[in-house]
Design a protein. Structure first.
Length: 318
């Protein structure tokens, strides 16, 4: 555990079982998103790399793509096992049911009843009344279904959601690009593009160049990891004031909260990213790379005259 354990926004690096050299920086290791669907791979390789914290996802989307399903009972058992012994496990995402918001709602209710405080997932295309209900009943919400969307559609969906529930801690599933991260005050996001150099030979760290590194054994991803971690540090600065209103400690799972409080007692309060960080270059080849980095003002989603006007405008758009 280190001073950056509780920083927000947090960029979770999606881990699907790593069979290659990652070489994460020890002095500033990243946070990880671990899918239950790929948990066996994670358990086999986790000792080979450094990470400061992690969030557990059900892997429902991956299972759905494979024509299979994750059983709630099995997922609950795994969640409880990890909650009891993993002080670096910060959060858990509920088992969502793709295409069935009622099924997702039932699952998150069952998980909380079973003692697993999971974050509900609100998907693109679901009724916004469901989102409002989640905001009223749960401490943090996930927004999902955005990965296939264009940048414009993704931004519009997020804008409409924030207009209805801000201030509320929100996790963006698959929202780990710089442009998306600085546009809204996400409490956390996740992204798998950092392994694009292994899967496709595409390196954001080297200006988006396509190098002959696809499926190369023993490939070090340190440069790519550090490149994406610059996004995280820059957005810490960008949204520091807006996110300071949240009680971040209360969002932690019990064991993680206990360990964090112990660490803080021994080491004092961290500076929470006061060191100035220059804006990193947007990922070459990424969406809207020629657009100016001009993040939306969070005032547009706050309560009050501007917030109400923005919410009404978003509602009128559909």
């Amino acid at each position: 555990m280190n001073d950056e354990f509780l920083y927000a926004p947090t960029l979770y690096f999606v881990c699907r079982g790593i069979g290659y050299e990652v070489s994460f920086p020890r002095e500033r290791p990243p946070a990880m998103l671990v899918s239950y669907w790929f948990s066996k791979d994670f358990e086999k390789t986790r000792h080979t790399f450094e990470f400061r914290s992690w969030v557990l996802d059900s892997g429902a989307f991956s299972a759905h793509g494979a024509g299979k399903a994750v059983k709630l009972e099995d997922y609950l058992d795994y969640c409880k096992e990890k909650m009891a012994c993993e002080p670096t496990l910060r959060e858990i995402i509920c088992l969502d049911v793709i295409g069935d918001w009622r099924g997702t709602k039932r699952n998150v209710e069952k998980m909380w009843k079973a003692g697993v405080p999971a974050m509900p997932v609100f998907h693109v295309g679901e009724p916004f009344d469901v989102l409002k209900g989640y905001a009223a009943d749960y401490p943090k919400i996930c927004l999902g279904g955005m990965v296939p969307l264009s940048v414009t559609a993704r931004s519009r969906f997020a804008e409409r959601c924030f207009a209805r529930i801000w201030p509320k801690p929100v996790h963006g599933l698959g929202v780990g690009g710089l442009e998306s991260m600085i546009e809204f005050p996400w409490h956390s996001v996740d992204n798998s593009s950092w392994v694009g150099c292994v899967r496709f030979g595409h390196w954001d760290a080297f200006g988006g160049k396509a190098l002959r590194t696809r499926n190369v054994d023993g490939l070090s991803l340190r440069a790519e990891v550090e490149h994406h971690m610059k996004f995280e540090r820059y957005t810490w600065q960008r949204w520091k004031k807006e996110l300071a209103q949240f009680d971040h400690e209360s969002l932690l799972l019990p064991l993680a909260r206990k360990e964090w409080l112990r660490y803080k007692h021994e080491h004092g309060n961290p500076d929470n990213g006061k060191t100035e960080v220059r804006p990193p270059a947007a990922e070459a080849g990424g969406h809207g790379r020629n657009r100016k980095s001009n993040p939306r003002s969070v005032d547009r989603t706050r309560s009050g005259r501007k917030g109400r006007g923005h919410a009404e405008h978003a509602a009128a758009r559909g």
